[in-house]
Each structure stands twice: as C-alpha cells, then as structure tokens.
Write a protein that binds this ligand. Structure first.
Ligand SMILES: [Zn+2]
Length: 222
C-alpha cells in the first residue's frame, strides 16, 4: 500500500502516536487530523503539532468546539474533576458519540485529500464503556461512510484487540518506544511523557508499560 494515502486520527497521545508510526510504515503518504474541542489542556494540541512536525506529516486541526455545547464535562470544562466511572459506569469524561463524529469528519477530510485509508487508535480490549470504540461499530461506520460518499474507504484499527502492554510492544517493534514514551501526552493533568502518575490515564499507561518491559526482560534471555 506504498502508493496509497492514509489519514490518522491523531490526539498526540500514546495510542494515536503509535498508530501514526504504524501508518507511516505501511502507506506511501500519511496525514494526521486532530480535533480541537476545547480540550482541558491546550497542551494536547501543541503536543500533536510537535509530533506531526517531527515526523514530517501534514497536520490538519479541525475546530470541533461545538462538542463543548453538547457535552459539558471534565474533558472540556476546567471546573469539573475527572472521575473514574462508579460501579462500572462510564467515566465522566464521556462525550457520547464522539468517535462517531470524529470518524465521520475524518472521512470527509479523507475524501478531500484523496486518502482511502483512515486509521484510528480505538480499542475494544480496554473497553471502558464507549460503544463507538467497539469493532462492530467501526465496521458499521465503514459501510456507512462508503455509502454516504459512494467511496471505498478502509478504516484501520491496529490497536483494536491489543492490551496496553501490547500497544507498547507495537511501538517497540516500530522502533519508537522511547519516542512514544517521551513525546506523547496521555495524562489528564496535562503532564507530558510519564505524566502525573496519579490519574486513571497515567495508571493505565504505566501499568501497560511495566507489564511490557517485564515481559521483554523475560524473553531477552531466551
Ligand atoms: Zn496523570
């Protein structure tokens, strides 16, 4: 697929940065799209810009500030704290249908820039209650996008069935483990790389990294 173009949905976090490198390995041309929805931390956008610049991909930033009107919550309002979902419920960072919107806009953009491939870092393994991260939804939307624009897009989800540890393993295989570790922002408190260490996103990220590094150590002597 070296003569084909892909567009990566890109937040500047661990998952989408790994997807960006995954796409660069496969496709002749890669562009990235970041959605600006008034993120709690403007640093996310800056971080995405920086990584796009360093990796030499054309970077689109689309204004999605209307999400603020639709879902006032911890991701978009400074005055509300991020909380984990109680009793297995959705965390209060949940913006219903967010991936549906992002992927649909990415589809329109893909059409404009002549990209057949859309890459997203959604993951069903760490499924935290977001229905539009599930594989069945992605397959359904792929059909819908193709019908909507009479086109033949392919949505790729390289992380769909990976654990956090396996996502680190993928970054390592792509030769970018240190890059992803040091340049990406996942932390809810807006601290780059290893983050604050305390928020749910940091805990998940660190747990996966430690698990992967332990397994790598275990196999390197075999
Ligand atoms: Zn954190």
């Amino acid at each position: 697929m070296k003569n084909e173009k892909a567009i990566v949905i890109f937040s500047g976090g661990q998952d989408s940065t790994t997807c960006l490198f995954w796409a660069k390995e496969r496709f002749g041309e890669v562009e990235a799209v970041t959605f600006d929805y008034g993120q709690r931390h403007r640093l996310e956008i800056e971080c995405a810009k920086e990584i796009a610049g360093e990796t030499g991909v054309r970077h689109h930033i689309l204004d999605m500030s209307l999400l603020n009107q639709l879902a006032p919550n911890a991701l978009t309002r400074e005055d509300i704290q991020v909380e984990e979902g109680k009793d297995g419920g959705l965390p209060n960072t949940f913006v219903p249908g967010r991936n549906l919107l992002f992927l649909s806009f990415a589809g329109v953009l893909a059409r404009q820039v002549g990209a057949k491939h859309i890459v997203t870092g959604v993951c069903q393994t760490d499924f935290s209650g977001y229905p539009d991260c599930r594989d069945i939804f992605i397959k359904s939307l792929n059909v819908t996008l193709n019908l909507a624009m009479d086109d033949t897009f392919v949505i790729h989800t390289p992380l769909m069935w990976l654990t956090k540890a396996q996502t680190w393993e993928l970054a390592d295989r792509l030769g970018v483990l240190e890059f992803v570790r040091n340049k990406t922002l996942t932390c809810y408190n807006g601290i780059i790389a290893d983050g604050c260490g305390e928020c749910p996103a940091c805990k998940l990220r660190r747990k996966g990294l430690e698990e992967y590094l332990r397994s790598r150590k275990g196999t390197s002597h075999v």
